[in-house]
Design a binder for this molecule. Sequence first.
Ligand code: P1T
Length: 386
Amino acid sequence: MGEEEQQVGWAFETLAIHAGQEPDAGTGAVVPPISLATTFAQREVGVHQGYEYSRSGNPTRTAMEEQIAALEAARHGLAFASGLAAEDNVIRLLEQGRRILLGNDAYGGTFRLIAKVWSPMGYPWTAVDLGDLDAVVAGWPEDTGMVWLETPTNPLLTCFDIEAIAEIAHERGALVVVDNTFATPYLQQPVTLGADIVVHSATKYLGGHSDVVGGFLAVDDDTIADRLRFTQNAAGAVPSPFDCYLVMRGAKTLGVRMDRHSENARAIVDLLIEHPAVDRVLYPQLPDHPGHAAAARQMRDYGGMVSFTVAGGEEAARRIAASTELFTLAESLGAVESLIEHPGAMTHASAAGSPLEVPDNLIRLSVGIEHASDLVADLAQALERA
Ligand code: P1T
């Protein structure tokens, strides 16, 4: 495609398949080749065809960056070796001494990066309940440089009003970073709601098949994009061309997968909500769910992640997690196969004792795209072990 104007007006599903994916100029191949070359010939010193060295830029990476940026309705996209590598580059935008306001539920690795890597180097942070905006305004620290949120959050699936938070942050000179890993751009486009930077673990729904670790940043502002592109190259946490290819291939089916993930999640929620072994079901579509109104406004559908607390406590939760057959007991999320995990002991163990600690009777499900009836039957038999 190439021409930016051509993309205007194309629907999400069309962009997923065509943005950044024009047939190879040399051969006509309809799939962008995996360009493994680490270096590119120059005709004269400094005269080349847009690529010099593969850390600085690579054609397969460019194709993927254009594709995912288009899906996020952002003008710029930057790929990284992992979600955390992408996050690390975002924090490098901050001047030393500037504070990160972090939503009080987030991926344990994000908490660890902010609280245990950057904070000791002079970048303070505070956990805040972004669902209570009056309190956020009243307690706003003067040194805040960045508001960092997930919506829905990992693992409690709390949703926050991106537009309202962006307005508050921008009035006070802070950047807004939204981790869109759980929602994906198919369900929600934070840039269109005022976010400055969108973060992804591309390892999850973008890749979609549990076979690639990757990270992504989508940005509309040219200056922020230039600064991120500088650190992407200068710090060098870039993905391989093969990894870029896998993310690009996975993202082509993002829309159809997310529709099925959401549909299957609803079938699971229907089982859980009636079940005596379950204490509380956490799913953004439920009318009493924290942030349901914001989710209903800003999301197309509610996604494939479902969490619940177990009435019988931690031991019962661990038994359930170990008793499913189709739901594999494993970290990660967002792929075609269903996963189950115990966040307190697994993905969020690093948050123990912090304001982001999660309940020990919590189970998190990544509902895959298998047949819903098989998934419901599998979870139902595991709940009998509670
Ligand atoms: O694992 P990595 O690609 O580095 O991405 C980190 C990350 C960032 N943001 C969110 C919302 C995430 O969920 C993650 C990774 N999360 C898991 C591995 C997990 O099981 O929750």
